[in-house]
Design a protein around this ligand. Structure first.
Ligand SMILES: [Zn+2]
Length: 273
């Protein structure tokens, strides 16, 4: 078991069948000689019959067999598949769900559920956040909105304009560095790190983990930036709480967690908004 998980925490996670702890430790049951994921659906043994071990290899070395119900050996493979898929979704031309699942050797429906369970968002939603990132980058580096549409990998303008709604301003205004826009912003602590949230009167225009006010200014140099007042910050905090309430696997790499979290913020904003 990793040093950060004590046996009371492990037992608590096990009794709650908390999927977030799958892969962090396995539960070895002395009375049956079987080891399980923390989330296994099987009936809970008595605590005195249970040992918490770091991983499946340690359980096997101690003479335990893998549970046939929860398949504890699949956890590492599942996580690697999700990480590989996230890398593909971040790339220029994100594959379809079928191609994505095939690339990591899972059935599409099963992989969709797996990706959602570990990241908190669907592959399509994750891909949309990556595309919106490219939209903004393309708007800032190409000479026209039309050029940006194709530079960002869009076959048609309609999808582009749907994603560009996340800019919180027109594509033309974003291309002009936020000209004539007033942007309110604040920094808050979110589960995957320090987070900047910024919005115009039209809506959220930026969620970013990699910057402070200076980074925001670099992105929208022509905009008027104002620190959000307490009421505005309370709205931002509510949005973060809403996104943070969605379960996800905290052992995924930080870039994956951050993209997933920004996706959850957009989804929460739509739900609240
Ligand atoms: Zn089990």
């Amino acid at each position: 078991m990793r040093a950060t998980i004590d046996s009371d925490t492990a037992w608590d996670a096990f009794t709650r069948r908390d999927r977030a702890f799958d892969g962090h430790f396995v539960v070895a049951v002395r009375s049956t000689h079987i080891y399980c994921k923390p989330s296994c659906a099987a009936r809970r043994p008595r605590r005195e019959n249970v040992a918490f071990l770091p991983d499946a290899a340690a359980a096997r070395a101690a003479g335990y067999r893998a549970c046939r119900r929860c398949l504890p050996d699949s956890v590492a493979r599942d996580r690697e598949a999700v990480i590989a898929a996230a890398a593909l979704l971040t790339s220029d031309v994100a594959p379809s769900l079928a191609a994505l699942a095939a690339s990591v050797d899972y059935a599409p429906h099963h992989f969709h559920r797996l990706f959602h369970r570990l990241t908190g968002v669907t592959p399509a939603a994750f891909a949309r956040t990556c595309r919106a990132d490219r939209v903004l980058a393309a708007l800032r580096t190409t000479e026209s909105v039309t050029a940006a549409i194709y530079a960002a990998g869009y076959a048609a303008p309609s999808r582009f304009y749907a994603d560009a709604a996340r800019l919180g301003m027109t594509p033309q205004a974003a291309a002009a560095g936020g000209a004539d826009e007033v942007i309110h912003w604040t920094c808050l602590i979110a589960p995957p790190g320090a987070l900047l949230l910024a919005a115009t009167a039209r809506g959220w225009c930026r969620f970013a983990f990699d910057e402070d006010g200076a980074g925001l200014h670099a992105t929208f140099p022509a905009a008027t930036l104002r620190r959000g007042d307490p009421a505005w910050r309370a709205g931002a905090a509510a949005l973060v709480s809403c996104a943070a309430a969605v379960p996800s696997d905290v052992s995924l790499p930080r870039p994956v967690r951050r993209t997933a979290f920004r996706t959850l913020l957009h989804q929460s904003a739509t739900a609240i908004g």
